[in-house]
Write a protein that binds this ligand. Structure first.
Ligand code: ADP
Ligand code: MG
Length: 739
């Protein structure tokens, strides 16, 4: 190549480079020995000069900011041994107008006009720096904001890498101190104290959000390092690039453990109240202020026969009995003014029956205002029925006690608190008097310690009940034999004794009488024995008398009298024997006239002593009577004795025996005695009824029994002051004819 060509080509090349440098968008500066020796137009512009010439020759240090990083020279020297040209580094410069700018610089050592120099390729990065700064600030702001959240928050990028998380999130996922940024959950799993599976599971649900393309919510359980379980309401919000590709994911989790717990408690309470309502056996309902049913529980159907839906929206008028409605309305009005009410009323069941209800009205207060009335209605029909039955039973028992033939009492604190009329009657006091008295004073002094001890034993609970006999003293001073029975009970809430007093004075007398009759029976038997002993000497006496009578003529009258008297003794002794003979009862046909004659012989002496004459009037044609001889005689003796005893001043007794119809005979005893008042007639024949001082009251009773056994009848007619007629009717013996 020729040198002219070469020069030309060098010139061309230089020209090209110059243009390149002059037009380069980056600022190009050359520094030599501290001064700027070249700038391209972009360089001049960077430093705020109108043209490169304005700056040429000026020291570079004039443009370096004192606050910025070390000047270019130093930066270069730092990397001297290493790479040339230098990496980009940043500088802070000051333009001609004193405005600071950020500059990114690359330095290349060159030779300038034979001297060492440095070529600087610079770019103004002020805007980028500012943007970076703003970003940094906004990130800091964001972090501090998300750290203020009570929710956990973290962001991931489109590829599932963690970008940012608030402290709470780091704490929960146990990533504190881990540099998580830019790592996927799979990469973090190893660093977290948390179960690996859990972190990965979280990613699983990320996918859900991505796929759905919008915010998704879910509940997640997270176990804290200390083992407590927390429940989180987690939202995941996917963010897409405009082209639809995945940009990032925001995850926010709210701790709802406490909320859930309260909710559960609330739910629990709601259900409890609900069952109180649903399963309450009483009617539970609410009314609005106009009195319309707002809610009714199912119990209403059982109690009223109406279903809740039959009543809702209506008033209670359809069920309440008309006469109670006005009263119910009054109570309702008071309840609606804030005053709870309790009362009873009757309703009519759908089936027509009456039902008694106990109603409680309670005002419903919401935020201080009464908005309605609650009602609780209890079915008290059964209770009312029981109450009525109780009142009736009480009345019944009261009359039973009041009318009782035994004394009834309640004792407390040394006094009677109740005595029935019979009790007062036994003692001869009025009921009121008895309640005033000291109980012990009612008893015979010698028995008072016994009574006091027995009271003590029951009151102390040593024994529940006691039965004992005791002597008491009536108002008029008479002794009363009592049988006391009493048991420990409670009266007016305190211990008391309730029981009965039975007047056994009569019973005591009866016992006495029975003992007496026992004695008589024994005497009777003795008499029988004695009678035998008498009969034998009597036979001897009679024999010798008859013998003597034949041997002498004198005093024949005396012998006759003695013989007839002996005969009479014999007859009486025989009668004793017959009566006292052990009672082997056998029935035989007998002539009652003979029986009567024997009885009269027995009683004659007593009759004469009492100045009583006995007349007989026996019919001739009389049938025999099938009888137990001794028993019939006993009847006749009783009747005759009564007759004699009824005439203390003497008189007549007539005994009549005659036929009555074809097959009965009538034996009539008529006396002229005191007679029997009409009201007493009915009592005759009752055991122990007697008006006599030494009477037994057994005679007529025994007689009735005997005649009954003979299929006969006794009837008594009497006129007071005139006399008494006793008729004994007996059936005639079949085919019996007089002997
Ligand atoms: P007692 O003779 O032991 O009293 P009774 O049974 O024989 O028992 O008689 C009962 C009572 O009936 C007598 O106490 C008496 O009051 C009355 N009575 C019986 N018979 C007569 C009579 N003939 N005249 C009047 N009263 C009589
Ligand atoms: Mg008698």
């Amino acid at each position: 190549m020729k040198s002219g060509d070469l020069d030309k080509r060098i010139l061309e090349s230089e020209e090209r480079f110059r243009t390149l440098v002059e037009c380069a968008p980056d600022a190009i500066l050359v520094e030599s020995e501290g001064n700027l020796v070249y700038l391209n137009p972009a360089g001049a512009k960077l430093l705020g000069a109108a043209s490169p010439e304005q700056l040429a020759g000026k020291p570079l240090a004039d443009f370096v900011h004192t606050d910025g990083p070390a000047p270019v020279k130093q930066q270069m020297q730092q990397g001297e041994a290493a790479d040339w040209p230098t990496d980009r580094f940043e500088q802070k410069w000051v333009r001609l107008d004193r405005q600071a700018i950020d500059v990114e610089v690359r330095a290349i050592p060159i030779n300038w006009s034979g001297r060492p120099a440095m070529q600087l390729v610079c770019k103004d990065v002020t805007d980028r720096k500012r943007a970076e700064q703003a970003l940094l600030e906004s990130e800091t702001r964001l972090r501090s904001i998300i750290n203020c959240f009570s929710d956990f928050v973290y962001f991931k990028d489109g590829a599932g890498r963690w970008l940012e998380a608030n402290d709470l999130a780091l704490q929960l996922f146990q990533l504190e101190g881990v540099s998580y940024s830019g790592k996927t959950s799979a990469e973090l799993a190893g660093c977290s104290g948390m179960h690996e599976k859990f972190l990965l599971e979280c990613d699983g649900s990320d996918e859900l959000a991505w796929k759905s393309g919008r915010q998704v919510g879910m509940e997640r359980r997270i176990v804290l390092p200390d083992g407590t379980l927390k429940l989180f309401d987690v939202s995941k919000v996917p963010i897409f690039h405009t082209n639809g590709s995945r940009n990032g994911l925001v995850v926010i989790g709210r701790d709802i453990t406490e909320h859930k717990r309260t909710e559960r408690i609330l739910q629990d309470k709601r259900e409890r109240y609900k069952s109180l309502f649903e399963h309450n056996p009483d009617i539970v309902c609410s009314f609005d202020l106009e009195g319309n049913f707002v809610s009714v529980n199912p119990a209403v159907e059982h109690i009223t026969g109406y279903r809740p839906q039959d009543l809702l929206g209506r008033t209670a008028k359809i069920v309440i009995v008309p006469e109670d409605f006005a009263r119910a309305k009054e109570h309702f009005a008071k309840a609606a003014q804030g005053e709870p009410q309790n009362f009873e009323l009757a309703i009519i069941h759908k089936n027509g029956n009456c039902v008694d209800l106990n109603i409680t009205y309670v005002p419903i207060v919401v935020h201080g205002d009464i908005v309605g009335v609650y009602a609780i209605a209890k079915d008290v029909t059964e209770r009312k029925r029981v109450e009525r039955a109780l009142t009736e039973a009480e009345a019944m028992y009261r009359s039973l006690v009041e009318e009782a033939m035994i004394g009834v009492y309640i004792y407390q604190d040394g006094r009677f608190v109740y005595v029935n009329p019979r009790m007062a009657e036994i003692f001869g006091y009025t009921q009121e008097e008895m309640l005033q008295m000291d109980v012990l004073d009612l008893f015979a002094p010698e028995d008072q310690p016994l009574v006091a001890r027995n009271i003590r034993r029951r009151m102390s609970g040593e024994v529940q009940s006691l039965r004992y006999q005791v002597r008491a003293v009536g108002k008029n001073g008479t002794q009363i034999d009592l049988e006391v029975h009493g048991a420990l009970t409670v009266y007016n809430g305190r211990p008391a004794i309730t029981g009965t007093y039975l007047d056994i004075s009569e019973r005591k007398q009866t016992e006495e009488l029975l003992r007496e009759s026992d004695k008589l029976a024994a005497v009777g038997q003795l008499a029988a024995g004695v009678a035998h002993e008498i009969r034998n000497p009597l036979t001897a006496l009679k024999g010798f008398l008859q013998l003597l009578k034949t041997k002498t003529d004198a005093n024949q009258d005396y012998f006759d009298i003695m013989l007839s008297e002996l005969e009479r003794i014999n007859l009486i002794v025989n009668e004793f024997l017959v009566l006292a003979k052990p009672q082997v009862i056998h029935f035989e046909p007998k002539d009652v006239r003979l029986l009567l004659q024997n009885v009269i012989a027995l009683l004659d002496t007593q009759a004469i002593l009492n100045n009583v004459q006995i007349f007989t009037q026996f019919a001739d044609d009389l049938p025999l009577v099938n009888c137990a001889e001794n028993q019939l005689k006993q009847v006749f003796i009783n009747i005759l004795k009564n007759g004699i005893e009824a005439m203390p001043g003497g008189g007549h007794i007539e005994i009549q025996v005659k036929r009555r119809g074809r097959d009965q005979i009538l034996i009539r005893f008529a006396d002229q005695g005191c007679g029997i008042p009409e009201d007493r007639l009915s009592k005759l024949g009752e055991p122990f009824y007697t008006t006599k001082e030494k009477g037994t009251g057994l005679g007529l009773m025994v007689s009735h029994k005997i005649i009954e056994a003979h299929r006969g009848k006794i009837s008594i007619n009497s006129l007071v002051g005139k006399g008494t007629r006793v008729d004994v009717i007996l059936p005639a013996a079949v085919g019996g004819s007089p002997r």
